[in-house]
Design a protein around this ligand. Structure first.
Ligand code: ZN
Length: 417
């Protein structure tokens, strides 16, 4: 109660440090409301922040954080042929340790809104479950990190021992060009590096906190185009069909095992995603055939050595076939992993204390903004369950929001003692 009173006093001061003209009971109520992850999650879900619109969600976070003394920077970025995107970086404290909560407040489109049991942007609660787009991916986790931070500030009399920051974007579900990537660059230019970062992506599988993502595999997408000679199927000796050599090359790439995994990573895999000739006729040998592929790779490889390996396999397969080929690649992302010691141990301890279960340290799954944050500081991901992410009726049990808030709060107590 004393802590809450102190916090209420703190919260009652405006950004200029001047005391507001509000009555004491109202301030205490304000403090009580502000530590509820549910209230924050509802307020965030009610912002229609479909990528790339922030829909008022960043403004909401800015007002909440600014009110308790965070220095806030709105960081709108733009680039040709991509939508402008707004971002928020907010920090309280100047010292270390510096804990950063990262996340995105943009959401994927709801699809057919009539198919939802509860409207996607009204944040209704039904039988202890909060419904809405972004409930788990990832406004719920953003709300939990906000509630945890405010709770922790209440405990520490309004000022943390080190620093706490929020790195929030409206461009995670989209092209991810004007979002976290550029905020990271902005921070690097300022020489501002957190000591650790928790990204609240929905990484949990069966229970909140059962999985911490400590890294991700790399991803390399490419295209192999084989050029032969077009002709009539009845006169194959006058044509050169590009399909058999293309299939041979793909077969070689697909059947060779890249590795058998490593300590924290599953084996790398080469996947064929498309084979196409654009040929609609039954009696024409096509001139070209194109295959697309993606490699998800672990720490045994880099995208450059994989490109070399792919080239050598294709050359071997196409030797003496008389066809030409070209290989093109999309920009690749490399694998990365955060040291499972250090702050990851503290996070695991926080989870274990809250859930009585040791979390699994995983590097599985797809990509996230952690691929950019890793250039700034060690980063891990722990958030809500991913079962309903991007689906109709996306939802989160209110108890899960509370549990995640407790995990984050316990972590702050361990990281900023
Ligand atoms: Zn997400």
């Amino acid at each position: 109660m004393v802590l809450q009173y102190l916090a209420a006093e703190h919260l009652a001061r405006g950004p200029d440090g001047q005391k507001r003209q509000a009555s004491q009971p109202a301030n205490i109520r304000e403090a009580t409301i502000m530590t509820s992850a549910l209230a924050h999650a509802q307020n965030l879900i009610r912002c229609r922040s479909v990528t790339p619109d922030e829909g008022g969600a960043l403004a909401y976070l800015e007002s909440q954080l600014g009110a308790v003394g965070f220095t806030c920077h709105r960081l709108p970025f733009s680039e040709r042929r991509t939508p402008d995107v707004d971002n928020l970086y907010a920090r309280i404290g100047e010292g270390s340790p510096h804990v950063c909560f990262a996340g995105h407040i943009d959401v994927v489109a709801p699809g057919d809104e009539a198919a939802w049991r509860h409207q996607p942007f009204t944040a209704e609660i039904d039988d202890g479950i909060l419904y809405g787009r972004g409930a788990v991916d990832m406004k719920g986790a953003v709300a939990a990190s906000l509630a945890a931070t405010l709770l922790f500030l209440l405990e520490s009399g309004g000022a943390p021992k080190g620093s706490i920051s929020f790195l929030m974007t409206a461009d995670e579900e989209g092209p991810a060009i004007n979002g976290t990537r550029k905020v990271v660059d902005w921070l690097l230019k300022r020489g501002e590096r957190p000591d650790c970062c928790i990204l609240g992506e929905c990484t949990s599988e069966a229970a909140v906190g059962d999985t911490i993502k400590i890294g991700r595999r790399g991803s390399l997408s490419g295209e192999l185009r084989v050029r032969g000679v077009q002709g009539h199927v009845a006169y194959p000796h006058k044509a050169r069909n590009p399909l058999p050599p293309l299939i041979d090359a793909l077969n070689l790439l697909k059947t060779k095992q890249l590795d058998s995994g490593s300590t924290h990573f599953q084996p790398s895999n080469f996947e064929i995603t498309s084979i196409d000739t654009g040929n609609k006729a039954h009696n024409v040998i096509p001139a070209t055939a194109t295959a697309r592929f993606n490699v998800r790779f672990n720490d045994h490889h880099t995208s450059d050595n994989l490109k070399g390996w792919i080239e050598s396999q294709v050359q071997a397969a196409l030797l003496d076939t008389g066809v030409d080929y070209a290989l093109d690649y999309e920009p690749a992302s490399e694998s990365f992993m955060t040291d499972p010691g250090g702050f990851v141990q503290k996070l695991s301890a926080a989870i274990e204390a809250e859930t009585h279960r040791e979390p699994l340290l995983s590097t599985g799954g797809g990509t996230s903004d952690a691929r950019f944050i890793k250039d700034l500081c060690p980063v891990v991901e722990v958030g809500l369950l991913n079962a309903t992410a991007h689906k109709v009726d996306e939802c989160v049990p209110v108890a899960d929001l509370d549990r995640l808030t407790q995990i984050y709060t316990r972590f702050l107590r361990l990281a900023l003692p």
